[in-house]
Structure formats: structure tokens, C-alpha cells
Design a protein around this ligand. Structure first.
Ligand code: NAD
Length: 529
């Protein structure tokens, strides 16, 4: 969902869509309104305003801003200048122990799980209000840490308060207690109770919004939380903690321990954690699943993707480009549901490829703080190396590089890579099988609809997808055959009020919608004899 605003303007009209799970329904209007001021703060001049954060040098544990017990630091690096923007403390294992103890106390003995759903719902709506007052700052942080264009982040960051508001309202009407009758007319109450202390582990690409997909429903259900954001993007969660504090939630309900994977590993093994809610790579997800299986801790996983766009024979090329261009490489391709495999019928392979490549070649790549930038850099050096490795692999295995593949001219510093398109890709090639998480798209030809569906399903992933056709009902029938958690007919939509998640190795469970609230409950059955 990222290369958005700019590319959306290039394409005809972007009616709807999303970026890394960010809805873009109002993208055009939102993105263009602030054009003037964005040029004022190119990345070279941007520095985090520490004074505008309550305590970036502290952790938030048990309702207090506390010093980390370890000595290690996390460096936030600008993907544009490659310079350190800020250094903050990394939580240690002892800090994780403190945070779990605080969350445990808040859950076992504190008021939060015992409040009425209405009381919790109202508190969440206060968090939404506090977040709304910080949106400009949050958009800048996202752009500065990740390199996502400011036009996109200014629009998309609004999903964070929207999620709090949505779950704050939903919990107030959610059926917590349901009365049923047995065959002998005996009364039964089936009750939803919060699952307990939740470890929320999140990645760096959309750091705040992906965290809110977990924190808002978990809090609504009455859980307490230990949040471990990605070490590359620790700042957004600090502001969320400030907003939760400002909204008056009880101490220990939300605890923040920014750290890398070693400390994260301590968190997932902690016996005080009842549930791990994880968003990240499939590799890390598999590991966490194994660890949690040992004590049957509850888990949910939002993992990688390799989503296919199926262009059918009768598709309208304008309609295809409208969403395929912005959503094949959003946020420099660093969005889990990017449409990175384009399946085209033999008869139209050349036409669709030419039109797409022409649009992609027009992408303005550059400083994400500049208003007309459509694609920023990759988020970090290891991402650049990873993407370069896959581009080399695509060439080695015989795919035809049609455009891109190198560093954009004039951008000598920063983790930039050109938007890259391969054609004549065989579905079994590495670039068609593995998640690249960069701006690299593979065009794959098919022969007939059965071959198209077979190729769409020919990966370990199943997160999202698109079917383009003039016949919506046929699009629906084809969408039913695609083994993925969601599919859009003639576009790309991810609506946070609807379930999102993966088939196969793209995940387990759903986030968003009422389905995103259910996993934070246990079901208890109380019989009356
Ligand atoms: P990652 O798996 O390397 O890290 C994600 C988070 O998990 C980070 O906070 C990391 O520190 C932590 N982590 C890693 N190993 C851990 C362990 N053993 N114990 C505890 N914590 C651990 O992924 P990434 O590179 O940060 O993010 C990119 C990946 O995330 C991509 O695969 C992308 O598709 C996926 N993603 C999925 C969704 C979705 O909703 N399905 C959304 C965004 C990103």
C-alpha cells in the first residue's frame, strides 16, 4: 500500500485500496492537500523531536517511564542519509521480566479485565483521541524510520486511531455472555473471558498501525499487553504508550520493551505470557509457533506473502493499472500483501507488461519527505542487500529483466533501488516463490484458467490476491479458487473492519473486523444443574 499517492495520481483514479493494511479510500484528496509544506523537511534536515516525546530514553513498564536495566542501545537509522537519527535503550531480558510481571499483576489483580465492556470501550476511544492529536508527528516518524513517502504516511497513519475507535465501539455491543438451553432445558451461560497477558510482537514496515491491529482488540477484550516493537522502529510505540497513559488506562495494562529478536525470544518463552500475537516473517513465525507449542500458549500469526494478480482475458487494462501499479510495490515493496506476481494470459502478455512497465518507469523515486516522491528507499541496509540478491538470482535463473535492477541515477546515498520488473518468469523460479519484500515484480504467463489458478496457488503463501475481469461474477468464482485469506476483484482493498490474514504459511488467525477480536477471548461454559 505504499507507493501510493503519487502512483495513484499517475494511474487513472484510485477508487480504493490500502497499503500494508492501510486503507486508501481517500488517498487522492488527503495526499495532495499538504503538498506545499512537505518540501520544507527533506530527510537531510529531519531529526526526531525528542522534546515532543515524553521520554524516548525510557521504557514504559507498570504505568511508569523507567530506565532500562541493560546497557544496550538501539540505533534508528535514516534510510535516506544512512545516518543515526536517534539512539534509544534496548530492553534487556530483566526488563522483559519486569514488564511481564506488571502485565500479569494488572491482569490477575487489576481493574482492567473486570471493567465493563462499556468502560473499556470508552477508554479506548480516549486513546483514539490522544492518537489523533499526534498524527502529524506519527506520520513523520514513519517516513523517517522506514522511508515511506510522507503523502502516504500522512494518510495511512490515521488507521491507528480508527482501529482504537472501531474496537472501542465494537466491544460495547459484543456478546460477552450468551444464554443457551440444554436438551433438558437446563440453563447454560457461554461466556467470553480475556485470554490473559499478550505479547504483541510487530515488524518495522508499518510500525504503529500493525501494533494497533493487536493492541486495540486485545485491550477491548480485557487483556493486558507487553509490546515488543521491531528494533529498527521503536519510536511509534513510545507515542502509543504516551496516548494510553494520557487516556488513563490502569498501570501495567500496556508495557513497552523495544528490543531485538534475542530479547524477543525471551519474551515468547516467558511462562507469564498467555498469548503471543505475532506479525513478521514466516521464518520467525515458524520458530515462535514451535516455542509456544511447548506450553500450548495461544498464538496468532500474520506472516509473509507472495500475492498474485490474475489478469483474465477480458480484463480492462485501465482498471488493472489503477490498482496494480500502486499495490505491486507499495512502500518500496515492503508490504506483506503486495501484488508481486502478475499472471497474464498468453494472448495479452505483451500488452499488459508494456503498459505496466511504462507506468512503473514513470515512478519518482527519491527523498520520502518530498511531496512528489512516489517511492522512497528500502528501510535498511539488510533490505537493500536482500533485494539485490534476489535481483541477481532472477537473472541467474533466466528471468528477463525488463526494467530496473540497479540504483536510481543521482541517488548515491541511501538504500535506494529502482522499481524492477522481470518477465518470462517461470512459476518455480526463486523470485516467483520467495517473498522478496522489495520493489521486484514477476510477470508469469498462463494457458487457460486452470493453469492460472494452479500458478496463483503455487507458493507456500496465501495472504492476498486480485482477479481482474470484466465479469464480476466470474471474478468471484476465480477468487473462490485462490487459496488466500483475501482477494479483491478488480482492485486491491484491505479494510480494517474486515478480517485479514493468511492461508497456508501466510499466517494463522485473523486481524481486523470482529474476527480480529475473537482470538483475545477464551470461551467458558457455565452450567446450572
Ligand atoms: P521478522 O520476522 O524478522 O521480525 C518481526 C518482529 O519479530 C520483530 O519485532 C523482530 O524483532 C521479532 N522477532 C524475530 N524473531 C523473533 C523471535 N525468535 N522471538 C521474538 N521476536 C522475534 O520480520 P521483519 O523483517 O521485521 O518484517 C517483515 C516480514 O513481516 C515480512 O515477511 C512481511 O511479509 C511480514 N509482515 C506481515 C504482515 C501481515 O499482516 N501478514 C504485515 C507486515 C509484515
Amino acid at each position: 500500500m505504499l507507493l501510493l499517492p503519487a502512483l495513484a495520481r499517475n494511474s487513472t483514479q484510485l477508487a480504493a485500496g490500502c497499503i500494508g493494511r492501510l486503507e486508501l479510500h481517500r488517498l487522492d484528496a488527503g495526499a495532495q492537500s499538504d503538498a506545499g509544506e512537505e518540501n520544507e523537511m527533506a530527510s537531510t534536515r529531519w531529526t526526531p523531536d525528542q522534546a515532543a516525546m515524553k521520554s524516548p530514553q525510557a521504557l514504559f513498564i507498570g504505568g511508569e517511564w523507567v530506565r532500562a536495566l541493560g546497557e544496550r542501545k538501539l540505533s534508528v537509522i535514516s534510510p535516506v542519509t544512512e545516518e543515526v537519527l536517534i539512539t534509544v535503550p534496548e530492553a534487556s531480558e530483566r526488563d522483559v521480566d519486569r514488564a511481564v510481571a506488571a502485565a500479569r499483576e494488572a491482569f490477575d489483580n487489576g481493574p482492567w479485565p473486570r471493567l465493563t465492556p462499556q468502560e473499556r470501550g470508552r477508554a479506548l476511544i480516549k486513546v483514539a483521541e490522544a492518537l489523533r492529536a499526534r498524527l502529524a508527528q506519527l506520520a513523520e516518524l514513519w517516513t523517517a524510520q522506514v522511508g515511506a513517502p510522507i503523502g502516504l504516511t500522512r494518510y495511512a497513519v490515521a488507521q491507528a486511531p480508527e482501529l482504537f475507535e472501531y474496537y472501542g465501539k465494537l466491544i460495547q455491543s459484543y456478546p460477552i455472555v450468551e444464554e443457551r438451553r440444554r436438551d433438558d432445558n437446563g440453563l447454560v451461560r457461554v461466556v467470553k473471558e480475556p485470554v490473559g497477558v499478550v505479547a504483541a510482537i510487530t515488524p518495522w514496515n508499518a510500525p504503529l498501525v500493525l501494533l494497533c491491529y493487536k493492541v486495540a482488540p486485545a485491550l477491548a477484550a480485557g487483556c493486558t499487553i507487553v509490546s515488543k516493537p521491531a528494533p529498527e522502529t521503536p519510536l511509534d510505540a513510545h507515542i502509543l504508550a504516551e496516548c494510553i497513559e494520557a487516556a488513563g488506562l490502569p498501570p501495567g495494562v500496556f508495557n513497552l520493551v523495544p528490543a531485538g529478536r534475542e530479547v524477543g525470544d525471551h519474551l515468547i518463552r516467558h511462562p507469564g505470557i498467555d498469548k503471543v500475537s505475532f506479525t513478521g516473517s514466516t521464518a520467525a513465525g515458524r520458530h515462535i509457533a514451535e516455542v509456544c507449542a511447548g506450553r500450548l500458549a495461544r498464538t496468532s500469526f500474520e506472516l509473509g506473502g507472495k500475492s498474485a494478480a490474475l489478469v483474465l482475458e477480458d480484463a480492462d487494462i485501465g482498471q488493472v493499472l489503477q490498482s496494480l501499479v500502486p499495490f505491486s510495490m507499495p512502500i518500496t515493496g515492503q508490504v506483506c500483501f503486495s501484488l508481486t506476481r502478475v499472471l497474464v494470459p498468453q494472448s495479452r502478455a505483451r500488452e499488459v507488461l508494456d503498459a505496466y512497465v511504462t507506468a512503473v518507469r514513470g515512478t519518482k523515486v527519491g527523498d520520502p519527505f518530498e511531496a512528489d516522491t512516489q517511492m522512497g528507499p528500502l528501510a535498511m541496509e539488510r533490505q537493500l542487500k536482500r533485494v539485490q540478491g534476489y535481483i541477481a538470482k532472477g537473472r541467474e535463473e533466466g528471468a528477463r529483466l525488463v526494467t530496473g535492477g540497479g540504483r536510481p541515477r543521482g541517488l548515491d546515498r541511501g538504500y535506494f533501488v529502482e522499481p524492477t520488473v522481470f518477465a518470462d518468469v517461470d512459476s518455480r523460479m526463486t523470485i516467483a516463490q520467495e517473498e522478496i519484500f522489495g520493489p521486484v515484480v514477476s510477470f508469469i504467463r498462463y494457458d487457460g484458467i486452470d493453469d492460472a489458478v494452479r500458478k496463483a496457488n503455487d507458493t507456500i503463501y496465501g495472504l492476498h490476491g486480485a482477479v481482474y475481469t470484466a465479469d464480476k461474477e466470474r471474478g468471484y468464482q476465480v477468487a473462490r479458487r485462490v487459496r488466500s485469506g483475501s482477494v479483491t476483484v478488480n482492485g486491491l482493498i484491505v479494510d480494517p473492519k474486515m478480517p485479514f490474514g493468511g492461508f497456508k504459511q501466510s499466517g494463522l488467525g485473523r486481524e481486523g473486523g470482529i474476527e480480529g477480536l475473537d482470538p483475545y477471548f477464551e470461551t467458558k461454559t457455565i452450567y446450572f444443574a
